[in-house]
Design a protein around this ligand. Structure first.
Ligand code: ADP
Ligand code: MG
Length: 559
């Protein structure tokens, strides 16, 4: 029996690992399960080329065995196992990844499902365990070996007994301290929860013996406890399945299972991209506004998976703010992960995926607008405001992306219309896209300023939300047509003759106008005669960039 020392660097690294690389202890289970899955994958890839190896899927699984009495947690797999030398090099040298070597060796043969690459994940076991024992029998070997370590002190390798090829990892779970409890890692429900969170889409069954209560045979009100071996992961991720095989219900179930929301999604987007970056994504547009959506507590983001293993629960970089309502997940093989696999290196691939996703969301919305107007309007009721914020923010950088998704109430159609619909209906002599702002559609409809424009037969867009006019100012033009507030000085409608008439009226009533200005003092800038009014005696109009409504918003804003 020889006791070997970790190399000096390894010792330091191991301490770092145990104390600081991972933010959450529960990650150890993700790491050990990923290793087990890799070990099975290796047999699978070998079997592809070696006729002597048979790969019968039913023989391969991972099993989790908590033992409260002995305070151990065992993760057992029927994978390729490790020889004595492999135990020594793969587990004795930190940052040495046997899996990465395997991948490099088998690159040509489709080894890309293998998860391991950094050679550190295994040691995360020491976050929850005092002692880690590995008993392994390698494929094609008759001997089994035990590797045992209590952390920085080093490890011992001794011969062992093991019937089947594969590996058992036995963790002696730490005792509770005053600050930390470790009991949860021996609880069935908690283990199941962790597996569901990180490893639900591992492609081999993850099994656990579970206590279930069932009615006694032949009796309806007597119950018995059974122990039943259950598979706790779903294995085949819905996003890897063929779109044609999936029903609307499958997507809704997925949405609800993943708790993206408690409502039903109004639309799903299933992307399988195979290009510069390969990724799968399932995105959802929710039906209802999340209760905290328009507050600063709301956190945007998509779940991010690398090869079916959850890396981040909310990756904000994947969504622009104006599409922050989108829920769902992205899975890619092409991500550069950092060593803890909890974060990404900010890289090109992620940016490419984000850009791609943004465009897919836009086209999904555009086609919904075209083909399912009612549904789109429902969506717009909930999230239209966010789109308008999107037009306004970032100095209007996103206007091309968003302007065709906007809807406004039309004086003519008496319903929501797009800017494109408005412009395509404009009579030839109409210069501007007219809009009016106010508290409600009814109130805007009664505004004296709208009369002249309506009489000309022109359509007016009614803006009832604060953000509307700000967004439009940022657009400035749509299809070369400028926007014009019906309350502004120059509407581009009055004929020259009318102007003459107004000037004449003003001259004739000079004293009256001067008196009115004096009474109103600095409440108004000027009092003028107007030819715009039809059935109303007077109206307010604004000059310059800021309309009366915008002024109200601006002055209500805290400084
Ligand atoms: P990584 O998975 O990134 O390679 P780990 O520290 O998780 O790094 O594991 C180190 C190496 O130990 C793996 O690359 C693999 O060669 C070996 N290994 C770990 N767990 C197992 C297992 N259950 N079966 C076979 N080999 C394993
Ligand atoms: Mg690993």
């Amino acid at each position: 029996m020889e006791k070997k020392q970790f190399q000096a660097e390894s010792k330091r690294l191991l301490e770092m690992m145990i104390n600081s690389i991972y933010t959450q202890k529960e990650i150890f289970l993700r790491e050990l399960i990923s290793n087990a899955s890799d070990a099975i994958d290796k047999i699978y890839y070998k079997a592809l080329t070696d006729p002597n190896i048979e790969f019968n899927k039913d023989d391969y699984y991972i099993k989790i065995i908590p033992d409260k009495e002995n305070r151990t947690l065992t993760i057992s797999d029927t994978g390729i196992g490790m020889t004595k030398e492999e135990l020594d090099t793969n587990l004795g040298v930190i940052a040495k990844s046997g899996s990465l070597a395997f991948k490099t060796e088998h690159e040509a043969k489709d080894g890309h499902n293998i998860i391991g690459q950094f050679g550190v994940g295994f040691y995360s076991a020491f976050m929850v365990a005092d002692t880690v024992t590995v008993i392994s029998k390698a494929l094609g070997s008759d001997e089994a070996y035990r590797w045992e370590s209590s952390g920085v002190d080093g490890y011992i390798i001794t011969p062992a007994e093991k019937e089947h090829v594969g590996t058992d990892i036995i963790l002696k779970i730490k005792a509770n301290t005053e600050e930390e409890s470790y009991d949860e890692f021996l609880e069935e429900y908690r283990l199941r929860q962790i597996v569901k969170k990180y490893s639900d889409f591992i492609r081999y069954p993850i099994k656990m013996d579970v206590k279930v209560t069932k009615p006694k045979e032949g009796s309806e009100n007597e119950f018995e406890e059974h122990v039943e071996e259950q598979t706790i992961n779903s294995m085949v991720p819905i996003w890897r399945r063929n779109k044609n095989e999936l029903t609307e219900e499958d997507y809704v179930n997925f949405y609800q299972e993943k708790r993206y929301g408690y409502d039903k999604p109004i639309k799903h987007i299933h992307i399988s991209a195979d290009g510069v970056v390969s990724y799968n994504a399932i995105l959802f547009i929710p039906e209802n506004i999340p209760f905290d959506y328009y507050t600063k507590d709301y956190e945007k983001g998509l779940e991010l998976y690398s090869n079916g293993v959850l890396i981040m629960s909310k990756c904000g970089e994947l969504l622009p703010d104006y599409f922050s309502f989108v829920k769902g997940m992205v899975d890619s093989e092409d991500l550069s992960l950092n060593i803890s696999r909890e974060m990404l290196q900010h890289d090109r691939q992620l940016n490419l995926i984000a850009r791609n996703i943004k465009n897919k969301i836009k086209s999904a919305l555009v086609s919904m607008l075209k083909d399912e107007r009612d549904r789109y309007e429902k969506f717009y009721q909930a999230f239209g405001r966010q789109l308008k914020f999107g037009v306004y923010s970032d100095y209007g950088m996103n206007k091309d992306m968003l302007q065709d998704l906007l809807l406004f109430y039309s004086s003519k159609e008496k319903k929501l219309v797009t800017l494109d619909e408005y412009v395509s209906r404009m009579p030839e002599d109409q210069k501007y896209i007219y809009y009016a702002t106010g508290e409600s559609i009814e109130r805007i409809d009664r505004m004296p300023q709208t009369e002249l424009v309506k009489e000309k037969g022109y359509e007016i867009l009614y803006f009832t939300e604060d953000i509307d006019e700000f967004a439009i100012k940022m657009l400035n033009k749509y299809k070369d047509k400028e926007f014009k507030n019906v309350s502004s000085g120059d509407l581009g409608i009055e004929a020259d003759a009318n102007d003459e008439q107004a000037k004449k009226a003003e001259a004739e009533n000079k004293e009256l106008f001067e008196y009115m200005k004096k009474v109103l003092a600095d409440k108004v800038k000027a009092v003028k005669a107007s030819t715009r009014l039809k059935s109303h005696p007077v109206c307010l109009s604004a000059e310059g960039e800021v309309s009366i409504e915008m002024e109200k918003v601006l002055s209500a804003m805290p400084n």
